[in-house]
Design a protein around this ligand. Structure first.
Ligand code: ZN
Ligand code: ZN
Length: 244
């Protein structure tokens, strides 16, 4: 039996009736991870070393700032991170500019590579995020559990097959997972269920959005809304994943 710390949240998400269970799981991990970094761990040396090194992406900086939980802590964490970034980059930045004197032309021919390498270093800094890393790590554990339960637990397989929809982002996640972890035999069982759930959700939502647009015609003022009222935000969630 897989550890309950992973099976319980997966079962809860798949029984919640929400549009995409994996969006919900991911939002829960993201929330608890942000609370962890804004909580008591913030002053622990090991955590600070990790946040100094990895930093946060724009999305997670924004979420931490908007949470208004611990702005002093956030400030302290960002300060030591800035100091670390500055210390890492000061030496390479000081010797970055090519030698512009024409007499020495040719002696500094690798300056283009140096500029590109430095640009890569900056881009890696922008993309690096300790929260994204933690979410990806935990989602990989959940993926393992989903496959295990799908093939070992009949009740879970039913929940999986009757899910309203997996969003496109998480359909990709499950397809990649199936390619990586499942034998051809197992994939032959799993993939049709995944495709059916995706297709049903997509088709129903397409109809709902169509109905939403029809309701703008006065001739349809008596037509029932059905499930169309929130079809636009649900479409955004299906096409790009819910913004938890
Ligand atoms: Zn999703
Ligand atoms: Zn992030």
């Amino acid at each position: 039996m897989k550890e309950k710390i992973y099976t319980i949240p997966v079962n809860d998400a798949y029984q919640s009736g929400c549009a995409c269970p994996l969006c919900r799981l991911e939002a829960d991990i993201e929330k608890s991870t942000l609370e962890y970094f804004l909580g008591a761990s913030l002053m622990e040396p090991d955590t600070r070393i990790a946040t100094n090194k990895h930093g946060f992406c724009r999305r997670h900086f924004t979420k931490m700032y908007a949470a208004e939980i611990n702005r002093l802590g956030l400030g302290l964490m960002i300060h030591t991170h800035l100091v670390q970034v500055s210390s890492d980059l000061s030496a390479p930045l000081a010797s970055l500019a090519p030698n512009g004197r024409s007499l020495l032309k040719g002696r500094d021919g690798d300056y283009k590579k140096r500029l590109e390498d430095m640009a890569d270093t900056f881009s890696q800094r922008v993309d690096s995020c300790i929260v994204c890393d933690k979410v990806a790590f935990t989602m990989a554990r959940y993926l393992d559990v989903i496959f295990w339960m799908y093939f070992e637990d009949e009740a879970f397989r039913k929940s999986f097959s009757s899910v309203k929809a997996h969003c496109m982002k998480h359909t990709a996640f499950l397809l990649r997972g199936a390619a990586k972890h499942l034998s051809q035999n197992k994939a032959a069982t799993f993939v049709p269920d995944l495709v059916a759930a995706y297709q049903t959700g997509f088709d129903e939502l397409t109809d709902d959005v169509h109905r939403f647009t029809l309701k703008f015609d006065y001739r349809n003022k008596d037509m029932p809304w059905g499930n169309a009222k929130d079809a636009i935000p649900r479409s955004m969630d299906l096409l790009t994943g819910a913004d938890g």
